[in-house]
Design a protein around this ligand. Structure first.
Ligand SMILES: [Zn+2]
Ligand SMILES: [Zn+2]
Length: 246
């Protein structure tokens, strides 16, 4: 009966060709993806092409080829040499510094994204970024500053490390999927875990021969439905460290 719906056979319910969603202009219907959703070829205002699921367009979820987000995430460069002693002092007065290995939460102004914020020369930086670069003025500012501790407000440099935007996303995914929120319930017992012990053993087994198998961590991740960073953490025994069978 559902099969009688003519739109199922002839195409999508709405013709989106020529319509504009944010920066995207729909050029043509591409076809269906593996989930049966219609995807459309769009030209982005920046000149790139991308194919996007119709529902994501009409729902307003996707408005560019990705360039909008890239611009939003554009990295602000802090010229450490121009930060005055007074600014540095004001900065650290907003950090609840504890023992060397504790989290040092930012207690000052918060940016809309939940991270601590601090303005220097009219630019609103993320506080943990400033904490990092004040301590390591020669570190590469094209990198993102990430947390080891899952605490976005933490400004303890011992809990911070450099990574790319990709690492940023994959790290969040890996933590969300694989790290137990309730401490002491690692791995499978944690309902957030997406993998089983058996799969973890299999991942490590495959990774040991990845050169022969011509396998990348990204491909492995795709095979098991997790991000690349999740695989990195597993093969380095940072996640699922309790699984030691191999
Ligand atoms: Zn674009
Ligand atoms: Zn911390």
């Amino acid at each position: 009966m559902a099969c009688n719906n003519p739109s199922k056979k002839t195409g999508p319910k709405r013709d989106l060709i020529g319509k504009v969603f944010g920066r995207l202009t729909v050029l043509k219907l591409r076809g269906r993806n593996q989930h049966g959703q219609y995807t459309w070829v769009c030209r982005c205002g920046c000149g790139r092409f991308s194919s996007v699921v119709g529902a994501a367009l009409s729902g307003g979820h996707i408005q560019s080829c990705g360039c909008l987000n890239r611009e939003k995430n554009a990295i602000l460069v802090l010229n450490v040499a121009l930060v005055t002693a007074a600014q540095t002092q004001r900065f650290w007065s907003n950090v609840a510094r504890g023992r060397p290995d504790d989290c040092w939460p930012w207690i000052g102004w918060l940016k809309g994204d939940g991270y601590g914020g601090f303005r220097i020369a009219g630019k609103a930086f993320r506080a943990h970024r400033i904490a990092y670069f004040l301590n390591r003025p020669f570190a590469d500012q094209n990198m993102h500053v990430l947390h080891k501790c899952d605490n976005p407000r933490c400004c303890n440099c011992r809990h911070l490390f450099l990574g790319t935007q990709r690492d940023n996303v994959h790290d969040a995914m890996a933590k969300g999927r694989l790290r137990s929120k309730a401490k002491g319930r690692p791995g499978e017992a944690n309902h957030n875990a997406k993998l089983t012990t058996k799969q973890v053993i299999e991942i490590r087994r495959l990774w040991r021969s990845h050169t022969a198998l011509r396998l990348t961590q990204k491909q492995l991740g795709r095979r098991f439905g997790v991000g690349r960073a999740a695989i990195t953490h597993i093969v380095a025994h940072r996640n699922w460290a309790h699984v030691r069978s191999l």
